[in-house]
Every structure is written in C-alpha cells, then in structure tokens.
Ligand binder design. Structure first.
Ligand code: ATP
Ligand code: MG
Length: 454
C-alpha cells in the first residue's frame, strides 16, 4: 500500500472513531441555542463589571435519579418538551436528569453519596448543551427537541461577590408556592411594566435538602425579545453602547428612563397584586425587555423571587393566606413593608453614574413607584411620599411604609380583587375601582376561538 493510501485510510479511521466517541450523540445537534438566548448568555457572562466568565457551550453532566427518590412539584401546564427534557423512562422506570453544576466542587458530592447509599448508579451522563450565567443558574438547550430553559442547583462557585450558594429543597418549595400565586394573580391583571420569569418545575432530595429549580426563558428561545440583565445596562461599555444605539446622549438619563423608572412600575404592579417585595432587589434579578432593534419596550422582567418578603396584611385577604405559614418567618411582615432597590448592590459602578446621580435614581424610583402603586391601590401618594428614604451609597435605597392607615386597610380588604376575583375574601362584591384593574375578558374573541376550534 502506498504511503498516501495508508495516510488516507488512517484519516478515515480517525474520523470514524471521532464520530463514535462523540460525547453524547453521533450526529450534529438537531437544535442549538437561539440567537437571542446566546445574546443573553453573552451579556450575563461578559457585560458584568464583577463577573467575566466563559460564554462557550458546555457538555453538561447530570446524574440519572429514579423519580421515586425525589420530591417534585411540576406545573400542570408546563410544555411537555421541557418536562420530557428532564424526565425520561429507563427499564420501565421514570428517571430525572439532575444537573451537576460544572463549577461546583462540593455540593454534587452529597448527591453522589446519596445515590450510592440508595444503590443507584452514580455515573454522570451527558445530554444537554449548557451555558453559564452571572449567577448559579445555567441556560440549557435540549439538542434533540430544542427546548431551552434555565436550571439551577447548588454550587460553591458562581460569578459575582456571593459564591457558595446551596439551592435548598425548602427554598424550591417556597419558590413554587409563590410562583403559583404570582401566575394566578398577575395573569388576570392589567400590567404596563411587569413581566415574570416563571419557575414552573422543581425537584428535591428531601434528606439532603437539595433542590433543582427550572425557570422559563419566555420568548427568548424563540427570538421574540432580547432580555438585557440590569447589570449589563449599568455596565461601563455595554450599557453605554445600547443607550447610544438608541440615540441617547446621556447614558445615565437613558437608563433612569428605561430601566430605573419602569422597574419601579413593575415592582409597584407586583406589590399591588401580591403584597410581596424582593428580599434581594439587585440588578442580577431584573432584566430589561428589548425589541428586535434593541429598543427598550418598557417591560421589566423579574426573576428569582423565592426569598421575598410576604406581607400578611395582604396575603391573609386572599386565597393564598396559607403562604405565611410555610414562608421563612424572617421574611414575613405585618404592619409595614421593607421596600428597597439596589441597582448596583453587589456590583461596581460605571464612571457615567455618579454617587449623587445614583441617589437621584433612588428618589426617581420611589416617586415612580408611589405614583403607580397609588393608581392601583387607591392609597394617596401624599400618604406614601413622606416616609423617610434610607440610602446606602451605590447599594440599597429603601423606604418602609407603615401599612396601618384606613387607606391601606381598605386596599387590603380588597386584596382578593387584585388577584382577578370578583368578590373579596369576605364575600363582598369587588368595588369598580379594583375591577377596572383586572384584564378585560374578550367575550367576542373567546366565542370566536371556540367556534373556530369546532
Ligand atoms: N452584578 C451582579 N449583581 C449581583 N449579583 C451578581 C452580579 N454578578 C454576579 N452575581 C452573582 O449572582 C448571584 C446573585 O444571587 P441571587 O441569590 O440573586 O441569585 P441566584 O439564586 O444564585 O441565581 P438566579 O438569580 O439566576 O436565580 C450571586 O451568586 C452573585 O455573586
Ligand atoms: Mg438572582
């Protein structure tokens, strides 16, 4: 055999072997990350003053855990393409793919020991394409059906200033409870600014108190909108680039108008419909919705609501009054709020945002919040604005509203009406003022779609 033929043959052989040992599939992936989801990954990992990370794809490892060993809470309406990405059948038994965070060097070992103790094979498998974010959440793509979502488990390494973060099952359960309430309440109310990233699925290992929680990416995987993380808007270069792309001459003014104040509107709506306020309202938990030209739409996307403050004055007047009992008691409030916002908390300020301007952001935030909340609740602005504002430089800026006046009591009495109901929890018809805040039912549209479907 000539030298050339031998080399050609070896080349073919090496290529064939390379195909056979491909990590998890022997054909090119049918589905890859969408353009807008990849852009989200790039912002998360590259446009953050405190966390520069890889935006490259990772062949994620997972454990295969028999479902009988797990706790679970799955929303009935969750798309089957997502459920089927995590739940599959092997030897007639249902298994769950339990993500191993690729940066974690500690928590997954507890899961491994748990599997071995239960006589389950603890060999890691590979299936998903995955991408890092700024936090412990990862963005996953199922290469076989294209489902794309965010998933988080414990890890002792993330981007940013807080690194070791266990994801407990207890917390995952709280998240699911709040998620059900939020979804029911907010979906029947008119919103101007509020969009939520739902967390419709959670699994847990009770004895370890480990959780795995899934979050929807809404229309990002379908290239509907861009989601710009708040910390990327406040990033020295990327924040300035997007502001200028939209014709802005003053970057700080642009993000005041298109991030800070719409966020106040979104938090006012969220608070008016649930009486709930973030425990950690920083820019890693907020995203700015942009259209296809990267123009802000006015909508702000809230994620990671699990460790919020619940206000019993409100919750007790809704169908979800049970929530205060299962909630972390340190985060259950009565008689006052703990309303704060910290757009640069945990972050490093860009040069275009002075400390004085940041404090002005705080004032503008509470003015916008009070205006929108008053519109929704009927509590006069004159009652809200005198509360003192506390400022931590480049960190949290807050107000604590006393919730005991007659106007607040009137609002709480009608809390159920802010959840899309026609009657208060006491059975009284909801006043017109609150009914007007609900989404209008499109009777003609509904009838048409029923007729079309038949
Ligand atoms: N600019 C930033 N501001 C705040 N947190 C940041 C920032 N960049 C990275 N982080 C990291 O993000 C995480 C924020 O904590 P938080 O509890 O809100 O989120 P998480 O539960 O880990 O993730 P997710 O918000 O994706 O659910 C921390 O690990 C923190 O170090
Ligand atoms: Mg977060």
């Amino acid at each position: 055999m000539s030298k050339i033929t031998t080399s050609l043959l070896s080349l073919v052989l090496v290529s064939v072997m390379a195909c056979q040992t491909s990590p998890h599939r022997n054909v090119a992936a049918d589905y890859q990350i969408s353009k807008n989801a990849k852009q989200l990954v790039t912002w998360e990992t590259k446009a953050n003053a405190v966390a520069n990370r890889s935006n490259e794809v990772i062949a994620l490892s997972h454990f295969e855990i028999p479902m009988r060993l797990l706790e679970k809470d799955i929303d009935q309406t969750l798309e089957s393409s997502i459920v089927d990405s995590l739940v599959f059948e092997k030897n007639g038994e249902k298994y769950v793919r339990w993500m191993i965070n690729p940066e974690d060097t500690q928590w997954y070992l507890e899961v491994k020991a748990f599997l071995e103790k239960n006589g389950v094979d603890a060999t890691p498998h590979k299936f998903f394409d995955a991408y890092l974010t700024a936090s412990r959440s990862m963005i996953l793509v199922n290469p076989e059906n294209g489902a794309s979502f965010s998933l988080k488990v414990s890890t002792n390494k993330t981007g940013g200033n807080w690194t070791d973060k266990k994801q407990t099952w207890d917390d995952a359960k709280q998240i699911r409870t709040l998620d059900k309430w939020m979804t029911e309440a907010t979906s029947s109310m008119e919103t101007k600014n509020l969009v939520i990233m739902n967390e419709p699925l959670a699994f847990g290992i009770k004895e370890l108190d480990h959780g795995m929680i899934m979050r929807s990416l809404n229309d990002v995987p379908k290239d509907g909108h861009y989601y710009l993380p708040g910390f990327s808007a406040l990033h020295e270069y990327e924040g300035a680039r997007i502001a200028k792309l939209n014709g802005a001459t003053n970057v700080a003014d642009f993000w005041d108008k298109h991030y800070n104040q719409p966020l106040a509107g979104a938090l006012a709506e969220f608070f008016a419909f649930t009486g709930t306020w973030y425990d950690s309202p920083h820019s890693q938990n907020f995203l700015i919705e942009l259209d296809k030209n990267m123009k802000p739409t006015g909508k702000i996307v809230l994620r990671d609501l699990g460790d919020s403050y619940i206000l019993t004055d409100f919750a007790n007047q809704t169908k979800f009054s049970n929530i205060a009992k299962i909630w972390d008691q340190d985060n259950v409030l009565t008689g006052h709020t703990n309303s704060k916002v910290g757009l640069l908390h945990g972050n490093t300020p860009p040069t275009w945002l002075s400390a004085a301007r940041y404090e002005q952001y705080g004032k503008n935030f509470f003015n916008a919040f009070e205006a929108r909340f008053s519109e929704l609740s009927g509590i006069p602005v004159s009652e809200l604005s005198p509360e003192k504002m506390t400022v931590y430089q480049y960190s949290y800026i807050g107000k604590s509203y006393k919730t005991t006046s007659p106007a607040w009591k009137q609002f709480f009495m009608n809390a159920n009406c802010m959840n899309g109901e026609r009657k208060t929890i006491g059975g009284v018809d909801c006043p017109e003022f609150f009914l007007k805040k609900q989404k209008k039912v499109d009777c003609v549209g509904n009838l048409n779609s029923i007729l079309m479907a038949n």
